[in-house]
Design a protein around this ligand. Structure first.
Ligand SMILES: [Cu+2]
Length: 95
């Protein structure tokens, strides 16, 4: 019984880490380089309790990211919630 509890504790502790490592599929609908923002239509993002897909505006962590993608591009990306503002931390074109 003790072992089971320990295993469960480990599973719960490592789950957010796994989610943080997985990229979300999305499609860029708009890039606003001057504002450092990008709009992405994305699928479910479990780590933010977004069970359905939606279109959202994100701030780019690094403005250089916005040079690598354009509206219409299919992408894989990761984001963080920084004080209630969603920030794209990683983005790459989907192959
Ligand atoms: Cu969203």
């Amino acid at each position: 019984m003790k072992t089971t509890t320990l295993m469960l504790a480990i599973a719960l502790a490592t789950a957010p880490y796994c989610w943080a490592q997985s990229l979300t599929d999305g499609q860029v609908t708009k890039v606003d380089a001057s504002a450092g923002k990008i709009t992405i239509k994305h699928g479910p993002m479990k780590k933010f309790d977004m069970d359905d897909g939606m279109t959202m505006v994100y701030r780019a962590q690094d403005p250089a990211m916005l040079q690598t993608v354009k509206a219409g591009d299919k992408v894989k990306f990761d984001a963080e919630n920084v004080n209630g503002q969603f920030v794209v931390t990683k983005i790459q074109k989907a192959k």
